[in-house]
Every structure is written in structure tokens, then in C-alpha cells.
Design a protein around this ligand. Sequence first.
Ligand code: THU
Length: 160
Amino acid sequence: MKKNIQISYQQFADRNALDETERMLFERAKQARENAYAPYSNFLVGCAVLLENGEIYSGNNQENAAFPSGLCAERTTLFWIGANFPHEKIKKIFIIGGPRAFSEKTPPIPPCGACRQSLIEYETKQNENIELYFSNLNEEVIKVHSIKDLLPFYFNATFL
Ligand code: THU
């Protein structure tokens, strides 16, 4: 039997298509990106997270001379939030990535597979979807309603 999975996503042409909260998240992710520690890849990623209490926290990628010891922007931010606000729900996460040297050609940068898996864990834990936005420096933005839209057939605790 053949089955299909469909996902829907929203595409925003530029930052003006976003609402006030989304624009704020865009700015915070962009600022955070500037502080990324990425001397090896020169690929800078910033991430801003909106919590249910209205606070926004941000983070960026942190690289290491021993390459696998570094961490993506999304997980750097998420794990800090998990450590400090374990009972606060995550409403939205906004990601901006791109090479240090600006390039017109960089598309909106989606989270890597490992970050998707980590994000799913928090979505499952809070039993509520997390809206995810990803963007580039050209201000093109893509939004999905839930992390699960980016990772069908995700692994979760029910398999353990
Ligand atoms: N990176 C992120 O921070 N998030 C992603 O989802 C994709 C990749 C970082 C990891 C590494 O520091 C650099 O981008 C190049 O892969």
C-alpha cells in the first residue's frame, strides 16, 4: 500500500510580511548570529526562541578545534533553555544562517537533522507544537507549524 505524507509551509518574501513578534525574533536571531563562534566553517547561525512567558532567548553555533565537539545554534539555545526554564513552553523558534561573507545566493537555512530530533524532544515534552521559522540574510523566511513537519517518522520515547 502506498501512502503519502504532505507538509505545508508558509513562505514570506521579506521581513515586512512578518508580524511584530516575528520581526522581533528575526532581529534577535540576526544579532545572535553575529556572535557565533565559527572560526572553522565561517558559517554563522543564530537562533531566537520565544517562551510562553513572553521572554525571548537566543544563541548561536559554537565550534571547536575538535570538530564534533562543537554544537549547532539550535541545540546550544535549546539546551540552555531546557536547563534554565524546564517548565516553560517553547512557542516559536527563529533561525538565521549564512556564510560569514554575505552571499545573495544563500537560501533560508533549515535546521540540520540532529537539531530536528532535539527539537522534537521538546515538542513532545511540552505536548504542544513549536512554530519554526528559518531564514537568510536576504530576509526570506519559511515557516512550518510544527517540528514534526520537518521530520516525519521521527524517533521518540514510545519506541523505548
Ligand atoms: N549549524 C547550525 O548551527 N545549525 C544547523 O542546523 C546547521 C549547521 C552550524 C554547525 C557548524 O558550526 C556550521 O553551522 C557549519 O555546519
